[in-house]
Design a protein around this ligand. Structure first.
Ligand code: BGC
Length: 721
């Protein structure tokens, strides 16, 4: 009865907020967030308060309190502020007081990236910001945005995929979405935390060009969008821990990217407090050992808060350093209005229904149809009388674990969602017999992975799972594999033996309804891969990275093990990450970046390039027409890539520069227009330490994925110099 009511609400919502609605408007001019109190005024007010405080009082504020709180002083009007995880919704911490009763579990951020829908990124994040307000959370510990370099990274589900341009566009909208509610966003983890394999013991060795072209753009976009906080990473970057690296914080983050607000460490990740303070860190989190492995004498010297007094006395840091840390913190909180209004606003509790619907819409647009032989999908209800459902996540929750975990409410599992959609036509068997597999008109086989913070997991599935799929395919030609995972998985052994593959990510609390709607054809799939899925891990740019003799693990004890020698991860592939790698190496992946099927067809035509003085700092307009030539309404994600035909440095075959998600009715067409600038033609010049566009031919490539280019045209560019 309860479930039926939810279905009704969601179906009603579907008609009022369809794919068409959310993909309808072209994103208007992007507007960054401006805090309610300007920087100068906030700094001035912070100074005024700080002048009244003793050094000891200020020192108390350099580290967190109670694991997720900052130190407050009622007498100075400074509230103790609650920082909470994370990018895919509010992680309720039952061990703390005054928690929200519930929070919405959204599809994982990698799924959000698969929607390529920037407006949805805004709505998704706004919903999370509102739940923070409802729960008295001042600072959201997200969005996470580390680039997908290694498919095995246990935290890929928390991030936005392999392409810096796609990630940047999603992140800027995420940031403005969260912060529009008065909740602060935290960009994390700065920088190059691209694996979770002994993340506190890895050193990412990466060159300047690669940093600028691949790993910095999403952070830059978040900062330019007005993000109020940044969290440093666990790993070392070029030989120093990110949380105490002058190069990372003072150099890249402050000087180059111009970030003015709060910089915090990741939890227990700055080891030398003097270095951390001097490097530009403002807040050492959580600032004390708590009940953790860092509770032993050998770690006593790592905390800024407990060591600062001594360090000042020894002259290793100064009272001005402490003043700066606290001033940056306070100015950030003042700018955000947190000293002028309560954080908690329970009126947002009334918005939860809307949030749940945004979560559902995200799943609808995120699910990627990777294979659909003989148009087996959507399921033809008239002929497919016997639908067999089986497999790992039919009943079990598919979700990423760790600090990003969100329990959700009204969670509907795959079995119940499909029962609601297909009624008596659906049979569920945990272990179907050969006869049952054979007799089914269609077999829905659920597989996937349970990815987790703190460790990586193999790209390949266990042999038993591969064999099971192959076995099913030998019995019944109509096997549809449904994948729930937070990253790529190896499908090479069986992808050609089965009828269809649906990549459904971690769907969040209502995402299985979206799956059911896609299976039945109520919703036309429109998600496209924000990652490349390789044939085998050895093909990938990140291979190898696990130190010799070491193996995968799945526990926090190993994650915290500080006795393991620091190991180097050489980013030798340089800028050739994701499709840039596979294309430059002529390795054909199993599924390319940007790929995803639809139940309809789209035609691309009439590519036109209009040069409006690009050479003189003007623009290049690219126009083409997109038409739905199939029989169903649906959304296409049109992608524009650029190729530099000849360059003084090695450049990728193509780089994504623009995209647009367009909803079209059958027979409908639309003229798409993109505007490019000189910056889009540029690479990072390591010698001059700036972006550089070189004279020569460039090719515009327009298509449905990185490997499905439908239109191309060359244009000439002449540098103004
Ligand atoms: C994670 C962060 C998280 C923090 C607080 C760390 O282990 O790396 O992403 O925000 O914990 O929960």
């Amino acid at each position: 009865m309860k479930r039926a009511a939810t279905v009704l609400i969601l179906v009603t919502f579907f008609f009022s907020f369809s794919c068409k609605e959310s993909a309808r408007k072209k994103t208007a001019e992007f507007k960054p967030f401006t805090p309610p109190v300007f920087y100068e005024e906030a700094m001035y007010r912070a100074d005024t308060i700080l002048r009244k405080m003793s050094l000891e009082e200020k020192i108390e504020m350099t580290g967190g309190h109670n694991m997720f709180f900052t130190k407050g002083y009622e007498r100075y009007g400074i509230p103790a502020l609650y920082f909470s995880d994370a990018t895919q919704g509010v992680h309720i911490r039952n061990e703390l007081e005054n928690q929200l009763e519930k929070s919405t579990a959204f599809p994982c951020p990698l799924a959000l990236a698969a929607t390529w829908n920037t407006e949805l990124a805004y709505e998704y994040a706004k919903s999370i910001g509102e739940e923070c307000r409802a729960g008295g959370i001042a600072v959201l510990l997200g969005p996470g945005m580390n680039i997908y370099r290694i498919s095995q990274n246990g935290r890929n589900f928390e991030y936005f995929g392999e392409d810096p341009f796609l990630a940047a566009r999603m992140i800027e909208n995420y940031v403005t979405g969260v912060q529009s509610t008065g909740t602060m966003a935290t960009l994390k983890h700065f920088l190059c935390n691209n694996t979770d394999f002994h993340r506190r013991r890895s050193n990412s060795v990466v060159d300047d060009r690669t940093l600028h072209e691949i790993y910095l753009p999403a952070f830059k976009a978040g900062i330019d969008a007005g993000a109020m906080a940044v969290m440093t990473a666990y790993n070392q970057v070029n030989g120093e821990w990110a949380g105490q690296s002058d190069f990372v914080i003072n150099g890249l983050l402050r000087n180059e990217l111009g970030f003015k607000w709060l910089v915090m460490s990741d939890w227990w990740s700055a080891w030398d407090p003097a270095k951390a303070v001097k490097a530009g860190l403002d807040l050492d989190m959580p600032g004390h050992p708590g009940n953790t492995v860092y509770n032993t004498p050998e770690f006593e010297s790592m905390y800024v808060r407990t060591n600062a007094k001594k360090l000042v006395e020894e002259g290793k840091i100064s009272a001005e350093d402490i003043h700066r840390m606290v001033k940056n913190q306070l100015a950030t909180f003042i700018a955000m209005g947190l000293l002028d209004r309560p954080v908690k606003d329970t009126s947002y509790l009334h918005q939860f229904e809307k949030h749940e619907q945004t979560a559902l819409q995200t799943a609808r647009e995120a699910i990627v149809l990777l294979k659909n032989t003989n148009k087996i999908l959507p399921v033809k209800k008239e002929s497919a009388k016997k639908i067999l459902l089986t497999g790992e996540f039919a009943e079990k929750n598919a979700a990423g674990g760790g600090s990003a975990y969100v329990e959700g409410y009204n969670r509907i599992n795959m079995l119940h969602a499909l029962q609601d959609e297909f009624g008596g036509q659906l049979n569920y068997r945990e272990n179907p017999s050969t006869g049952e597999i054979k007799e089914a008109d269609i077999v829905l086989l659920s597989i996937g992975t349970s990815d987790n913070e703190g460790w990586d997991r193999p790209f390949a599935l266990p042999d038993s799972v591969d064999s099971l799929i192959i076995n099913y395919a030998a019995i019944n030609p109509n096997v549809v594999v449904i994948v729930n995972s937070g990253s790529g998985i190896q499908m090479t052994e069986w992808y050609d033996k089965i009828a269809a593959i649906i990549y459904a990510w971690y769907p969040g609390q209502t995402g299985n309804r979206a799956l059911a709607e896609i299976l039945s054809g109520k919703v036309n799939p429109s998600g496209k891969l924000p990652i490349t899925i390789e044939r085998q891990f050895e093909d990938s740019p990140g291979y190898p990275y696990i130190p010799e003799g070491k193996t995968f693990y799945t526990d926090w004890k190993q994650d915290n093990d500080m006795t393991i020698p620091v190991y180097d991860i050489e980013y030798n592939e340089s800028v050739f990450v994701g499709y840039r790698w596979y294309e430059s190496q002529n390795i054909s992946p199993l599924f390319p970046f940007g790929f995803g099927l639809s139940y309809t067809k789209f035609d691309y035509s009439k590519l036109k390039i209009i040069d409006k003085g690009l050479n003189e700092g003007g623009e290049l307009i690219v126009e083409f027409t997109l038409k739905n030539t199939g029989e169903k309404e649906g959304a296409e994600i049109a992608q524009l890539y650029l190729r530099d035909e000849a360059s003084s440095v090695l450049r990728p075959e193509k780089e994504l520069k623009r995209f647009e998600k367009v909803f079209l009715k059958p027979g409908e067409s639309k003229k798409i227009k993109f505007t490019l600038s000189e910056k889009d033609l540029s690479f990072w010049d390591e010698l001059k330490h700036q972006w550089k566009a070189e004279t020569g031919s460039f090719k515009v490539l327009v298509g449905a994925s990185s490997a499905d280019i439908r239109l191309e045209k060359v244009f000439e560019y002449k540098t103004g110099l």
